[in-house]
Design a protein around this ligand. Sequence first.
Ligand code: 5AD
Ligand code: SF4
Length: 375
Amino acid sequence: MKADKKKVFIRSFGCQMNVRDSEIIQGILQKNGYSVCENDQNAEIIIFNTCSVRKQAEDRVWSLIGSYKGSKIIGLVGCMAQNYKDKAFLRDEDVSFVVGPQDIHKLPEILARIQPKGLLERKIWEVDNLNRPEEIYHTGFYQNPNHAYVVISEGCSNFCSYCVVPYVRGPLRHRQKEKILNEIEAAISQGITSFTLLGQNVNSYLDDGFNFTELLKEVNALKGLKKLGFFTSHPKDAGIATFKAIRDLEKLDKTLHLPLQSGSDRVLKLMNRGYNSKEYVALIENYRKIVKDGSLTTDIIVGFPTETDKEFKETCDLIKKIGFNAAYIFKYSPRPQTEAAKMVDSVERQEKEKRHKYVLDLQRKISNKLKKENK
Ligand code: 5AD
Ligand code: SF4
């Protein structure tokens, strides 16, 4: 081992995709002779693997970067890196390198070029790559000895009007079925038994005519695999085939996460979601008919531009009518480049907070009631 092994600490923010990406970063850095620390104290380099879905998440990262007061070499990686590109250096001069989600495989080489603080400081940014090399998924490194996240598709082409993901993670790309199965089999041989398949819209998975339910069947059949889950589903692509797979595949988790976002048809249209409330309800009815002992979770955005009191109430009514086991409720946050950001962010901050609190309380009651009823 080299004596001058650089010590890196990775701080991860955001969704499960980012949890997996941070693990991938750790895997490739370790393979390339870097030491990845358990905490930031001993590290010379701090990698922030970031999320841009809401402004609040970004603000938190900027404030944490500031809290190091220039004492560490800072790398901005992931969605914020792609969002800010080289402008990140202007936003905070302590940022030394900026690496987008499609460029993380370059990190060992970038870190090798980074100079210690005080010496010739470099500003490096890598945000132009379109596709990740498949090898990064095969380092064999997983944080959890029992469970692994497995990416089946990258990016998203849905362009929901509020969402930054298609801009920072690029268009939808599917990993090849064989490569996915190879990754899972190798993880099983390491002793991992539980798996979660990840994608922004898993139901639209397609590799050379081979679709999502077929993938589920093949993964479910792998010897040594005991538990399987997936997310996220999109209401415009999830359907009977997925629900039947949930019913029939014995290792598959019966919980379905199906983001509703809004109960108002006008708002859903503005969001470019591709379904209306009636279609969503019909989908849930099918799921419940097919999967007897399932449970349902969702995502809701309150305060989307021009959302009226009446439309907000429609969301609440639909939440009550459906009875989700859990819901993640978000206040609308305008994101750069998105269509919705061109609209006036018309719902006042206090009103957004009021609506947010109202749905949180409503959902808490529903969740508790369902728990008591053992549903
Ligand atoms: N503002 C608020 N919430 C958002 N989400 C995505 N983009 C935004 C935004 N601009 C929420 C959606 C999505 C979840 C992951 O984050 O509900 O399903
Ligand atoms: Fe964003 Fe919509 Fe894609 Fe989900 S489906 S990542 S909300 S654009």
